[in-house]
Design a protein around this ligand. Structure first.
Ligand SMILES: *Cc1c(COP(=O)(O)O)cnc(C)c1O
Length: 391
């Protein structure tokens, strides 16, 4: 059966809201519209109860306690709150930060901002697969180090980091470990207790919840963490995140966490199979197909590939009915290879010839086959055109 067009294969950028999530949210726009901070009437109590249920659902997904979850406006805000908040609260202990070269901009730019305010920063390299060497974390820690921030899974090449091994080192050296888990939570098992992570950022819209809602896990025991808030204005969220809570969004996030937890084993197996089928089909149809990132320790729904001799932007332009992403970033008008692919040691010409496929809950076999055939035919055409031009 021919798939309905256009096809969405950009699930790392965002995901649609699951109908089950939307159903849970709708009553909280109209019927149960109360302010969760209103303590004196039924409307407020109902909203508060719904928020606390969602807090439990999210905590349950990541092995935390409900009182360790603070709601934010997304992973960008959670990353800012985690890193700036811990650095400010621990100023008396030091001002050195450690992160990695493949982080999302919301971590890298936050760390860079702090260097303008007197912090020093170590940016760790990664290997060819995008993996951080836990020993390199140990070597980078100094008596001045406050926090290490390493993402759980990468949004471009899908690499899953050895967080447990890194946490062993940061715990022993009494340094805080933060992880940006926006791409990992709801996709692969993440347990903050088992891993030993201290701060974890996640976001609803990457896991079939609504946009503009995120959470930060803040460890409350061994150690009990104190953070300085980014903003002032009320006692919401234990004084860490003032402002009226986005109750429908939070309810949706909670439901999304429940659905993800129930569906994860079957869904990740299904997606890995589809992902492998996509890669095999591309390889069968084309020479010069390279895999970015490794084959193990990788998100099941991620495929990042280079197609030698073609420009990724030109592929995206020509593939008009499949939503994909390229291996480049448009920084101030010029096309640059992405900092992630660069950090993996992928040569610029291959990074610029890279495409990211992000599969998800609504991806079908027909869609994968269509996308592979379409990309293959576009690349065959682009290569032929190029060969003719250089003849
Ligand atoms: C999407 C994403 C973010 C930003 O999340 P928002 O909720 O959109 O702010 C941060 N880190 C990673 C790894 C992401 O994929």
């Amino acid at each position: 059966m021919a798939p309905t067009l256009p096809i969405y294969l950009d699930y790392h950028a965002t995901t649609p809201v699951d109908p089950r999530v939307l159903d849970a949210m709708l009553p909280y726009f109209t019927e149960h519209f109360g302010n969760a901070a209103s303590r004196s009437h039924r409307f407020g109590w109902d909203a508060d109860k719904a928020v606390e249920r969602a807090r439990q659902q999210i905590a349950g997904l990541i092995g935390a306690c409900a009182n360790e979850i603070v709601f934010t406006g997304g992973a960008t805000e959670s990353n800012n709150l985690a890193i700036k908040g811990i650095v400010d609260a621990r100023r008396d202990r030091g001002s050195h930060l450690i992160t990695t070269a493949i982080e999302h901009k919301s971590v890298l730019d936050t760390c860079k901002r702090l260097t303008k305010q007197g912090c020093t920063l170590t940016i760790l390299p990664v290997d060819h697969n995008g993996r951080v060497d836990p020993d390199s974390v140990g070597r980078a820690i100094t008596p001045e180090t406050i926090v290490v921030s390493v993402m759980a899974a990468n949004n471009e090449v899908g690499t899953v980091q050895p967080l447990g091994e890194i946490a062993k080192i940061t715990r022993e050296r009494k340094v805080i470990l933060h992880t940006d888990a926006a791409q990992a939570v709801g996709k692969i098992p993440i347990d903050v207790a088992a891993l030993g992570v201290d701060l974890l950022s996640c976001t609803a819209h990457k896991m079939y919840g609504p946009k503009g809602v995120g959470a930060l896990f803040i460890r409350r025991q061994a150690p009990r963490l104190q953070l300085t808030p980014l903003a002032d204005g009320g006692g919401h969220e234990r004084g860490l995140r003032p402002g009226t809570l986005n109750v429908p969004g939070i309810v949706g996030f909670g439901r999304a966490a429940d659905v993800a937890q129930t569906d994860m084993p079957a869904e990740s197996a299904r997606l890995a199979t589809l992902r492998d089928r996509l890669f095999a089909r591309l390889q069968q149809a084309l020479p010069g197909v390279g895999l970015n990132g490794g084959t193990s320790d990788r998100l099941p729904h991620n495929l990042s590939v280079s197609f030698s001799g073609v420009d990724g932007e030109a592929i995206l332009m020509a593939v008009d009915d499949v939503a994909l992403s390229s291996g480049s970033a448009c920084t101030s008008g010029t096309v640059e290879p992405s900092h992630v692919l660069k950090a993996c040691g992928i040569p610029d010409e291959l990074a610029l010839a890279s495409i990211r496929f992000g599969l998800g809950r609504y991806t079908t076999e027909e869609e994968v086959d269509y996308a592979a055939d379409k990309v293959a035919s576009v690349i065959t055409h682009l290569r032929a055109t190029r060969a003719a031009a250089t003849r």
